[in-house]
Design a binder for this molecule. Structure first.
Ligand code: PLP
Length: 392
């Protein structure tokens, strides 16, 4: 048995563990009495256009075409639809033959990492970060280099400058961000791109930017720059899980920037990594759905409402948090230094919050607010009681 894999299976992902606990608890005391803020399972329904397209496809397209294998990197017509969308929406220079359809951002990230790492290099991640990055990086035989962000969780260019060395293969950037809700501004991305260019010149090899963008469309007014337009050596990892509410369907894509150094070889390495990992031919039916529905977005109104309600109420009570500009998470300062102990106390009030330890930072909790607004309203007295417990 592979010891690392056994340990991974045993430990489980803290967020999923809590999610399973929430389901068990709901059976015991009723769903309405459990305030599960653990997982980022989007609640806004997929757009009507998605449902209509699924029905149309089932009625009009042959079973062989809908459910058979596509080419390993995805149906060419689907990849063209994605490339056309990226061009029309962002002016991106990414051709269809540099798109790889995948089982969500998780698969895009593992493919990208396995394509560029040979073993032993570092991949920089900005703390706090999505905990699975560590699993994906180490699984590709790389090492995680945690880089701090500033007090508002924005880019700290000095820290990045120090952290990126000749052993750095890539930096993972995630905007809008899980868990902080931060959206990096155009000026930040430009300065970061200048830093990466300088480092790449100094080390005479590209330092790749892996741009993890599953929340790209989920913003509340902030403009989300498209990083591949600012830095040539960018690999885009996208998912339709969040923006189209298709998390369970496992569909997304990876895209290699046309302007990347040796873009063809880089894309070929991605195809090779997909083959190596068994990530070939993303779900065929949903590839076809994407051909028509790329560019649609679920209604983010409910998240916007939840964000205002939760952020407003918690900060009024005395909790400290940075106002999220995108995604659907609120990152709140724990009321005691040990976030795990704080989350255990919160459980007494049936509040399921994720401690920040696995995000690479101590002393915070993540609250996932992609839940029915009713759940947030009903949870507020619990948050208040929890806060008061710490005043005693
Ligand atoms: N990256 C980030 C930042 C995420 O938050 C998630 C899921 O929550 C993923 C990647 C994985 O998404 P997918 O469902 O597309 O695999």
């Amino acid at each position: 048995m592979n010891e690392r894999k056994r340990k991974l299976g045993e430990e489980r992902f803290a967020i999923r563990e809590l999610f399973e606990y929430g389901k068990r608890r709901a059976k015991e005391i009723g769903r309405e009495n459990v305030f599960d803020f653990s997982i980022g399972n989007p609640s806004s329904p997929a757009p009507d256009g998605v449902k209509e397209e699924i029905i149309r496809l089932l009625n009009e397209v042959s079973s062989a075409e809908l459910h058979g294998y596509t080419s390993a990197q995805g149906d060419p017509a689907v990849r063209k639809a994605v490339a056309d969308y990226l061009h029309s929406e962002f002016g991106a220079e990414i051709s269809a033959n540099r798109i790889y359809m995948s089982c969500g951002a998780s698969a895009s990230l593992t493919v990208a990492l396995n394509a560029i790492l040979s073993g032993g290099e570092e991949v920089a991640v900005l703390a706090p970060y999505f905990p699975e990055y560590r699993v994906f990086i180490e699984g590709a035989r790389g090492f995680v280099k945690e880089v701090a962000t500033d007090k508002n969780f924005r880019l700290d260019l000095d820290a990045l400058d120090q952290a990126i060395t000749k052993n750095t293969a890539a930096v993972i950037l995630n905007s809008p961000n899980n868990p902080t809700g931060v959206v990096y501004r155009e000026e930040e991305i430009k300065s970061f791109a200048a830093l990466l260019n300088r480092k790449s010149r100094e080390f005479k090899k590209p330092v790749y930017l892996i741009s993890d963008e599953p929340y790209r469309e989920l913003t509340y007014g902030a403009k989300v720059p498209f990083p591949a337009n600012y830095y040539d050596n960018t690999i885009v990892c996208y998912s339709f899980s969040k923006c189209l509410t298709l998390a369970g369907e496992r569909i997304g894509y990876l895209a290699v920037n046309d302007r990347a150094e040796e873009a063809d070889a880089l894309y070929t390495a991605c195809v090779g990594a997909g083959r190596d990992l068994g990530f070939v031919c993303a779900p065929a039916l949903f590839q076809q759905v994407i051909r028509k529905c790329v560019g649609m977005t679920s209604d983010v109104g409910v998240y916007e409402k939840n964000r205002a309600l939760l952020y407003g109420a918690l900060t009024d009570m005395g909790y400290a948090a940075v106002e999220p500009e995108g995604a659907f998470y609120l990152f709140v300062k724990s009321l005691e230094p040990d976030a795990k102990a704080f989350c255990e106390r919160a459980k007494k009030y049936e509040l399921l919050l994720v401690p920040s330890d696995s995000f690479g930072i101590q002393g915070y909790v993540r609250i996932s607010y992609c839940v029915p607004t009713e759940q947030i309203k009903n949870s507020l007295p619990k948050f208040e009681a929890l806060f008061k417990e710490y005043l005693r």
